[in-house]
Design a protein around this ligand. Structure first.
Ligand code: AMP
Length: 173
């Protein structure tokens, strides 16, 4: 599949933040107006008629894409954050990383049962992060329509790890 024109604006930074990681830096895309505009249009496009109630964004780079997609869809925006950031009562999920664990929180009144949810993050890598986000949404009774990403690292097979949720991505490596 051909990559969209803005794919060339994603900067690859080798060995960041650790040796061996090819970091996909989206700041070089964000700073280009027409590219950012086109990317948000493309990310929202499959869901224009999907009756999405809320878009869930994952801290912190996910917020950069979730908010404009929510605006475009006329949907609400829900934040998933690292521990201690959200002021009201939360639900939380712990998930494992290569070394150690991570925790994510969401306000316990953020999603009403049966709400149609689109989850957005910047990069789908192993799927651990978005899998945890999906668990939070399900805990509150939300219906996950899809998981959408500007970037997917296909060789890490995150798509398989989050099955059966549908995954949509714009630029694949
Ligand atoms: P994962 O839980 O493995 O799917 O990792 C996803 C999260 O880690 C995303 O929120 C990304 O922000 C970040 N991430 C993982 N790998 C990369 C990468 N190669 N370049 C940029 N961000 C990455």
């Amino acid at each position: 599949m051909p990559q969209p024109p803005y794919a060339d604006l994603i900067r690859n930074v080798p060995d960041f933040p650790l040796p061996g990681v090819q970091f996909k830096d989206i700041t070089t895309l964000l700073q280009d107006g027409p590219a950012f505009y086109a990317l948000i249009d493309d990310l929202a496009q499959p869901y224009l008629a999907a009756r999405i109630d809320v878009v869930v964004g994952v801290e912190s780079r996910g917020f950069l894409f979730a908010a404009p997609v929510a605006y475009k869809l006329g949907a609400g925006l829900v934040l998933i954050r690292k521990p201690g950031k959200l002021p009201a009562p939360t639900v939380q999920v712990e998930y494992s990383l290569e070394y150690g664990t991570n925790t994510l929180q969401m306000h316990q009144d953020a999603i009403r049962p049966g709400a149609r949810v689109l989850i957005v993050d910047d990069v789908l890598a192993t799927g651990g992060t978005v899998g945890a986000a999906a668990a939070l949404v399900r805990q509150l009774g939300g219906e996950i329509v899809a998981l959408a990403f500007p970037i997917e690292l296909t060789f890490l097979q995150g798509r398989a790890s989050v099955a059966p949720y549908p995954v949509f991505s714009l630029v694949q490596y």
